[in-house]
Design a protein around this ligand. Structure first.
Ligand SMILES: Cc1cc2nc3c(=O)[nH]c(=O)nc-3n(C[C@H](O)[C@H](O)[C@H](O)COP(=O)(O)OP(=O)(O)OC[C@H]3O[C@@H](n4cnc5c(N)ncnc54)[C@H](O)[C@@H]3O)c2cc1C
Length: 389
């Protein structure tokens, strides 16, 4: 925990955030506007301004820089509260891809890049996207397959390649583009207004909301200057790992919040509705679904918390973040699936947010490393380092 904040101050902050989510964010959710990008943008901006006024934004930024200065451990509680509403993370400045991009650039950006990109990104004046994944035959789960090329031209580079699933690219002002130069995998900051940065389409997906979509992008003779290089040439994979470890943990925190809200909705339903002479909550098979969900959420919170504490202590979390990501991504899906099951037809409808939550959670088993890829890495480390289970 942070040494500068008392337990009472932190409890008051969480209470403030909870009231904001319950009284301001959740009432403004409108599933009918989910695919209306302009409407989503408008409500997010409104809520963000309100959150700034209440001193609720940017949990990981230092207090001196206008943030809340929360430790990773404190973020577990804070982001779970934020994640209960799909409008919460954007409003409280802890949504992907902005949050992990900010975290990475905070460590890597040059003074000029800080001024031009990072500071406006933190203020919410600019938006970012992270473009690494490529369609076949390019990079997906295996980073060695990165095929976007960065070729030297004068003192800069020319980028050529094909990206897709760059989240929020539809609204981004700049992209972190991952490409292969002669020195290896390298990060570049590219303005989306660069004529060589061409958004082909927003890939239609099961994601219920339009927060800028998941874009397919072509980089066609995209010329960038020396000032676009992030950090050192050839260190892009190391940086991707750095960006992902925190991002994964943030996803776990937020999505535990979203799935616990699904279970709250389902529990309210089964406590009222009757079938075969008893309330649904009195049927043992329904009780088992509730109990399993609570067990899954408890274990998810503890794994996330333990990994967060390790990060606060400056330890490597490579192994733990993989295990946590696999467990939590699968557990929250079980919870949301049970919530839909318990709620019957109502759960499938858009009158309650359950199907939205299920569609939001399902991709988490794929992005930030698919479960199978993490399991392979966990087992490899266990054998290589003779780790005790
Ligand atoms: C909602 C969403 C948002 C995303 N946002 C971004 C973004 O902002 N920027 C970005 O660059 N990318 C983004 N991605 C892409 C994401 O990083 C990739 O989907 C992920 O890395 C997996 O790559 P792939 O989809 O190409 O799957 P593939 O590599 O084609 O793998 C397909 C499946 O094969 C199996 N598999 C793969 N490798 C192995 C293995 N070694 N052992 C066993 N099984 C294996 C897994 O089950 C895997 O799900 C996003 C994806 C989603 C779904």
């Amino acid at each position: 925990m942070s040494l500068t904040r008392s337990h009472e101050d932190f409890a008051a902050l969480i209470q403030n955030a909870r009231e904001f989510i319950d009284n301001e964010a959740i009432p403004r959710e409108d599933l009918r506007a989910a695919h209306d990008g302009a409407a989503m943008e408008q409500v997010t901006r409104l809520l963000r301004d309100m959150a700034v006024e209440r001193g609720l934004t940017s949990p990981r930024r230092a207090v001196a820089d206008g943030g809340l200065g929360l430790s990773w451990e404190e973020c577990c509680t804070y982001l779970e509260v934020a994640g209960r509403s799909y409008l919460g993370p954007g409003a409280l400045q802890c949504a992907a891809p902005g949050q992990p991009d900010i975290a990475a650039l905070d460590q890597l950006a040059s003074p000029a890049q800080r001024q031009r990109y990072l500071e406006p990104l933190i203020r919410g004046d600019l938006r970012s996207t992270f473009a690494m994944t490529e369609p076949t035959p390019g990079v997906g789960s295996d980073p060695r397959m990165l095929s976007t090329r960065a070729t030297r031209s004068g003192d800069g580079w020319v980028l050529n390649g094909h990206k897709w699933f760059a989240s929020a690219a539809g609204r981004a002002d700049f992209a972190i583009v991952v490409a292969r130069s002669d020195a290896g995998v390298t990060w570049f900051l590219v303005d989306t207004s660069n004529p060589g940065f061409q958004v082909v389409r927003d890939v239609p997906s099961m994601d219920p909301f339009d927060f800028g979509g998941h874009a397919e992008i072509k980089l066609v003779n995209c010329a960038v200057g020396p000032e676009s290089l992030v950090g050192e040439e050839g260190k892009g994979l190391e940086y991707a790992q750095l960006r992902l470890e925190g991002a994964r943990l943030f996803h776990c925190m937020r999505l535990v919040g979203l799935s616990s809200r699904a279970m709250d909705v389902a529990q309210d339903y089964v406590a009222q509705r009757e079938s075969h002479g008893a309330r649904l909550s009195e049927h043992q098979m329904v009780q088992a679904m509730v109990a399993n969900a609570h067990i899954d959420l408890y274990a998810s919170r503890l794994m996330t918390l333990d990994t967060a504490r390790r990060l606060d202590r400056g330890e490597s979390i490579r192994h733990e973040s993989s295990m946590t990501k696999v467990f939590v991504s699968e557990a929250v899906n079980r919870v949301a699936d049970s919530a839909v099951q318990m709620t019957g037809a109502l759960g499938i409808s858009e009158d309650v947010p359950l199907s939205m939550i299920l569609r939001t959670l399902r991709p988490f088993r794929i992005y930030d490393g698919a479960s199978e890829v993490h399991r392979a890495a966990i087992a490899k480390r266990a054998f290589r380092h003779r780790l005790h289970a």
